[in-house]
Write a protein that binds this ligand. Structure first.
Ligand SMILES: [Zn+2]
Length: 388
């Protein structure tokens, strides 16, 4: 979707196109007689439903992220020829379908994320070689025929989770030498949530810098996606992670109680901390390492801060879906909640949060027999481990 955001009250052919895309994605938004091009209440409700299903912020507005999700949702496996194009990655639900089939067949070792990257191409070639058809790494008619002929097997998702865990284990337990991208949300012209005398963009940048210092002390190269002046878009943040060869991507936000029911804020009008990772609710599609890191972050933050536990959630945000390495997003506290806001205003509290996040990153790499109880790992222990 190009151009500015579409919202209730807008009119024109782009609105009619949204109706068609929603319909293709299985969400009906019947138009009043002659009103296909009018963004009415019915369409707004349909957009919210779509956003909710996709794990996006359910604000009923078609911005760039929802536009990309709508575009991805209209493709079914077989609708188009799929091939890996470096620098211009093909994204869509048809790619998810392809990756799931390749995973079930045991030739795909990557992440089911709907992005056709080199791992998917490699798996296609392997399948083609094994089934004696032309090996071109492209999913066209011949490959689709092979895919539909091969019978389904079970347990593919578990196999992927095991392989991902194995890759992390092989990487060793020291943090030294790793690259982690820390992504303070918003920035520049976008302040994020503003409430309780706090500005989200400033709070998360400060948290990111406190975490950066601790990561650096542990031998990690921490790369921030922005400084105080910039507000890069989601795709620029994703690209940065790729450019610096990050192993993990950690996005930081604060929440605020929305006036309307909000799928991205499980607390509703609430308070507390929530963590999300790439995944689709109810489908089993998810990043296993992302889910593990989200779980560790959530435990450490809740144990150390005493904030309300709003749990971990699979979500479809661009920074989670498009980042090629395990990515998580932490929503630390509600600025609209007086107690959360008072805590977040306190530098000592921010240090506690940063130490908890560092502990979670360290625990991701520790073998289970070495994994310390939640809330106990200190910066000094982690630095000592990095120097062994
Ligand atoms: Zn935010």
């Amino acid at each position: 979707m190009r151009g500015t955001a579409l919202r209730r009250g807008d009119r024109g052919p782009r609105v009619a196109a949204v109706r068609t895309q929603l319909h293709a994605a299985g969400v009906s938004a019947p138009a009043a007689e002659g009103g296909e091009g009018v963004f009415d209440e019915v369409l707004e409700r349909a957009v919210r439903e779509f956003q909710q299903r996709r794990g996006l912020r359910a604000d009923g507005v078609i911005g760039p992220e929802t536009g990309r999700a709508l575009d991805a949702a209209r493709w079914r496996l077989g609708d188009r020829i799929l091939r890996y194009v470096p620098g211009h990655l093909v994204v869509g639900d048809d790619v998810i379908g392809l990756q799931e089939r390749l995973l079930e067949l045991g030739v795909f070792v990557g992440r089911v994320d709907g992005v056709l990257g080199p791992e998917t191409e490699h798996a296609l070639r392997e399948l083609q070689r094994a089934s004696g058809i032309a090996v071109d790494g492209t999913c066209g008619p011949a490959t689709l025929r092979v895919l539909s002929q091969l019978s389904r097997t079970v347990g593919g998702g578990d196999a992927a989770a095991l392989r991902a865990a194995e890759a992390v284990r092989r990487a060793g337990s020291s943090l030294a030498g790793r690259v982690v991208v820390v992504d303070p949300g918003h920035g520049g012209p976008d302040p994020g949530a503003v409430a309780g005398g706090l500005v989200e963009a400033d709070v998360v940048l400060d948290l990111a810098q406190r975490l950066e210092g601790r990561l650096a002390a542990s031998g990690v190269t921490a790369v921030l996606t922005r400084g105080a002046e910039q507000g890069p878009d989601a795709l620029a943040r994703v690209r940065l992670a790729e450019e610096v060869g990050a192993e993990l991507f950690l996005s930081l936000h604060c929440d605020t109680a929305a006036p309307l029911a909000d799928a991205a804020s499980p607390g509703g009008g609430g308070h507390g901390v929530a963590t999300s990772y790439w995944g689709q609710e109810g489908t089993g599609v998810r990043s296993p390492v992302g889910a593990r890191l989200a779980d560790l972050l959530q435990r450490e933050l809740v144990a150390r801060t005493g904030m309300t536990d709003l749990r971990t959630h699979p979500r479809g945000f661009d920074v989670l879906r498009l980042t090629r390495v395990p990515a998580v997003r932490v929503d630390i506290g509600y600025l609209s909640d007086p107690l959360d806001a008072a805590r977040l205003a306190d530098p000592a509290f921010r240090d506690t949060c940063a130490e908890g996040m560092l502990a979670a990153v360290q625990r991701l790499y520790l073998p289970s027999e070495d994994d310390p109880p939640t809330g106990t790992l200190r910066l000094g222990d982690i630095v000592a481990r990095s120097q062994r």
